[in-house]
Design a protein around this ligand. Sequence first.
Ligand code: ATP
Ligand code: MG
Length: 363
Amino acid sequence: MNLNTDIFSEKIGQIVDPDLDTTLAELKAIKNISIDGDKVKVELELIQPFHLIADSIKEACEGVIAEVDPAAKSEIVISDQNRDYVTRKVLPTVKNIIAVSSGKGGVGKSSIAANLAVSLSKTGAKVGILDADVYGPSQPTMFGNAGGKLEAEDNESGDTKAIPLEAHGIKIASMGYIMQDGQAAIVRGPMLAQYFTMLVEQVKWDDLDYLVLDLPPGTGDIQLTMTQKIPLTGAVIITTPQEIAVVDVRRSIAMFQKVNVDILGIVENMSYFTPPELPENKYYIFGNGGGKKVAEKNSVAFLGEIPIDPALREAADSGTPLVVSAPDSKQSEALNALAHNTIVGIRKHHHNNIVYPDMEITM
Ligand SMILES: Nc1ncnc2c1ncn2[C@@H]1O[C@H](COP(=O)(O)OP(=O)(O)OP(=O)(O)O)[C@@H](O)[C@H]1O
Ligand SMILES: [Mg+2]
């Protein structure tokens, strides 16, 4: 059969990116299609992070090729379409930086940040977590390396960089590795900002798909300074179901708006309780639907509800996040769904902000 590229670009252009509900043609995702004998090579550029959709897009392309010519061999190559991170002064090797934040303390920010990091890494992504909580850094406990310290290493250009600790496949740097216990009470303002800068700029994060930032609770000067010092892709706001939490969510949203950071969405933690002996039952102890309502009111996405579960606390205390210790549990399912929705939020954010170069595709 005499193959020509037009038929492929026409049909591949109609494949839909499921997260963005937009065709590859509209997304200008086809970089090149070439034919060499009976081999068809398709080069695509997709909005990153695309770990979760790459396989289905590849299969759809292979399907198109097989439909046109069952004897043809196919090669599909996918690369990042949006690469603006490489020009950043701060963290140019980190593709996406996500702040996990809450208006008040104790809502489960750190627990969710830890599980989110691991769930993201399970998609095949490289993930780090930066624990910026000066008041009570919890990631060392949640990842089982409390008491750890950052070791320094000289690189080829003579700079000294600190090596992040690693656990459950996640690179971790925490205020807890550089501050003494109780030091936050005496170290204030500029000094704290300096510590934070150290964790951002002097840690050897290398190439990461995601860096999850566990912020200290609240919306004060420290949090504002931190959100300005790090180039955030977006923020995930954690709340609890109580009516009273609405005010805190508003405050968090206002803080991120002040520094022009997109809100990826709201997570409701401690939403309901399911007794182990009644696995189909959900008891909404603090009320039902508060998080969803506050998300709707503020026109931001609702990323999911996480149940109250003693296993989540036990996992955190024992240094193994729940999505590692009980990967097939209903709770892990909820945490993985939250990660999935966060990824979709990130991709939508990039899609809304992408500037397509004004050029013709050459084939
Ligand atoms: N869904 C949940 N089910 C049961 N326990 C939970 C859940 N979420 C969090 N916890 C527990 O609640 C406590 C507070 O959670 P966590 O430390 O994650 O909150 P935080 O918002 O980071 O707190 P802080 O404001 O102090 O940083 C921890 O003991 C944690 O294990
Ligand atoms: Mg915390």
